[in-house]
Structures are given as C-alpha cells and as structure tokens.
Design a protein around this ligand. Sequence first.
Ligand SMILES: Cc1ncc(COP(=O)(O)O)c(C=O)c1O
Length: 438
Amino acid sequence: MIEKTLSTHTYDVVNPLLTNLGEDVMGFLNEVQLQYPKAISFASGRPDANYFDIEKFSEYLNFFIKTTALEKGITEKEVLNDLGQYNRTKGIINNEIAKYLSIDESIQTDPEDIIITVGAQEGIAMGIMTVCDKDKDVILVEDPAYIGITHFSKINGYDVDGIPVTSEGISLEKVEEKIQYYRSIDKNVKVVYVIPNFQNPTGIAMSLANRYRLLELAETYNFLIFEDNAYGDFSYEDKEYPSLKSLDKNNRAIYLRSLSKTLYPSLRLSLMVVTQSISVRGKIVRLSDLMAKTKGYITVNTPSIIQAMFGGLLRQNKYSLKELNQEKILGMKTKRDHLLKCLEETFDTEKYTWAKHIKWNKPEGGFFIKIMLPFEVTKQDVLDCAERFKVIFTPMSFFYLEEGGEKELRLAFSNLSLEEIKTGVEQLANYIETKINN
Ligand SMILES: Cc1ncc(COP(=O)(O)O)c(C=O)c1O
C-alpha cells in the first residue's frame, strides 16, 4: 500500500532543480562499467587502492590517543570518551593541520581559520552556501568543470557560468569579460572556482603568471577564489606550482585541500583554509566562523575518530605527508609516463596514416589526460566501444556546462595497472581506427 502511494508521486514531490542536471552521466558510466566488467575502464578517476595503507589506521589512532593523554595529563579513557562525543564544528586537530600546511604547503594560517570538512565536497557546499546570494551572485567555473561544483550549484539554485580553459588554465580574459557582462545586468561575480593543479577533467596546470594575475583580478573586481587542490601532490615534473593560497597577500583565496587522493576517499576528510574577515551589520567577524555555522547545519562536525587518526598520522610523520606519499606519487608518475609512451607507440603516425588525426595533452601531474579526435563521441559510442572493443572512456562533453568537448575524451589512468593501460590504449586505438575508416 505504501509502495503504491509513493510510486504514484513522481518529480513534483522532489526538488524540481534536480531536472537541471540533465542526464546522470556519471551514473551512466557506472552502469556501463557494471554491464561490461571485462572492459578496461579509463572512466573513473579513483585513486589506486594498492597505496591506501589502511592497515595503519589503528596504529595512528592509538598514537593520537596516547600522545593526547600525555599532553593533556588525562587518561586514555578520557581521550576516548571525548572522541565519542559531539565535537568542535571547525575540527579537533586544527593545530596539527596548521603545522602540516606550513611545512608541506607553505601556507601560514591561524588554526582558527582552518575548518576540517567531510570531504572537499562539503567544503564546496558550505562555502557556496555561506558566501553566495542566490538572487544576485554568480559563480564562475572552468568549462569543462568538475561536476562536484556545477551540479551542487545547479540543484541548489545558484547561478553558475563557465569560462574556457586554455593551456595555462582558466582564461583570465574571459573571466574579466564575464564580470563586466554580469555587472551590466546588475549581477555580481562573487566566486571564481578553479583547480589550478592538474585540473579535473583536462589535467591542465595554471601557469605561475596566471596564478598571480588571477589573485590581482580578485582584488580588482572584488571576488573570492575557491581554490580546489585535490591533485597538487601528484606533480610529476621538476616544476613548482605554488598554491594560490600560498601567494595570497590580500586574502582572496579560500583553500580546499581534499585528502581523498592523497590518502584515501573513504576518510571523507578535507582541509579548508578561510582567512577572510568580513563585516556583518557593522561587526567584523571571521568568515571561518560563519562557514562553521553553516557546517553545523550540514554535518554538525566531521567525525572525530577520523580526525584523530589523521592527527596521529601527522604527529608520527613530523607533520608532513611528503615522505609517506613518495612511493604513491612515483607510482602515478610511472602510470602517466607509461600511458604517454603507449599512446605514442600505438598512435604511431609513421606506421598509420589515420593516427595523425589523434592528439593528446601531456599533463604535468594529476590523474587525467585529454585526447582530441577528428570525430564526435556520444553516449552510444561509449556503449559500442565497451561492447566491441572492451574499453571505456569518458566523453569530455560530459563535463561541459552547455556545448563543448564533443570531439574530446578524458582518460583517467590512476586506477589502472601498467598492463591494463597498455591493453586499454591498444583497444582504444582499434576503436578509433574503425571509426575513422568507416
Ligand atoms: C577537483 C576535485 N575536487 C574534489 C574532489 C572530491 O573531493 P572529496 O572526496 O574530498 O569530496 C574531486 C574528486 O574527484 C575532484 O576531482
């Protein structure tokens, strides 16, 4: 009886903005992977589970409990009782994180300006909900963009608009043009969201000059930068890309530092640095306090047990993840190098005339590579390719706000073995050759 009642109610009982998302493209890719389990999948940008090191979880947790008891002169049972309680909304290991940010990321910050969130996704949600006015403000994002921000904005009724991505990151010229345009219609660009390091989905890194320039633009046009640094650890060249936050003299950047790729996603742990102060009805308040207020109504606080584990890990490793992650980063670099080599060998223009139409970028880090094709790829192509050629890719068009990327693919290499990368590229080449020749 209940089932019948529920099933008669359709979209009119749920958030109508859900329809703005269009088709569930990520759900579609998961379905394809389930339907063709033998196909090699370049679709998912998941980290490689072989590097998770979850066995150490309890050791780090115990280390945190022991060292906290000693430091505070209380019993371990008291530490445990505290971990089981509701806790500070901003987090319980902010001092440890401030040290980590200073040592590994050259970001000097007051622990009070750090919020430990349930993944970067919560940071995005909390940040947008705290600073944006749905009626007046606009969020600019890279186009193609990470869907975590675009889809969150769409289902919650925030205006989001796309800016093309050049080989040096988000087009700053277009950012300025869009700001002028929105001003002319009485709207305000409040936030520019960027992934400066090895962007998802294109793998592109923002040049140093553009990092400085974007910070300048934020000052000139009075907007906030949301800097999402999920992939910054995975840098494969001898080139330094300082975060915007570490260069941010005027407090324009809000820093989101997910640990999903750095450690593992099930932790649901991310660090947010919010150093701005703002005036609310004549009173100066920390923006981080307002964000924490919002967080209080989303997740109350980030699980203390998970924070304690990470706190123990930091204490045991001199507040640095560099040494701990060396092998993992090297492993990812090997995969990137291998993928590039396989592409060069398989799409050998001297051997195959059709191959001269295929191009790809050479990302300096991250998990993704962009392939440019001479033909369009659709959802149907993903299915055909999975069925006939046993390989799955993501059409880049899935990440565009409107039109774009019809002749491009995103290949994620993070979760494949070297053998799978080789076979996957060969199978992809067979598919592309067949498409070009038919
Ligand atoms: C750019 C970017 N930001 C954030 C995330 C997710 O972060 P979290 O797992 O911390 O919510 C991802 C995951 O794919 C991502 O690509």
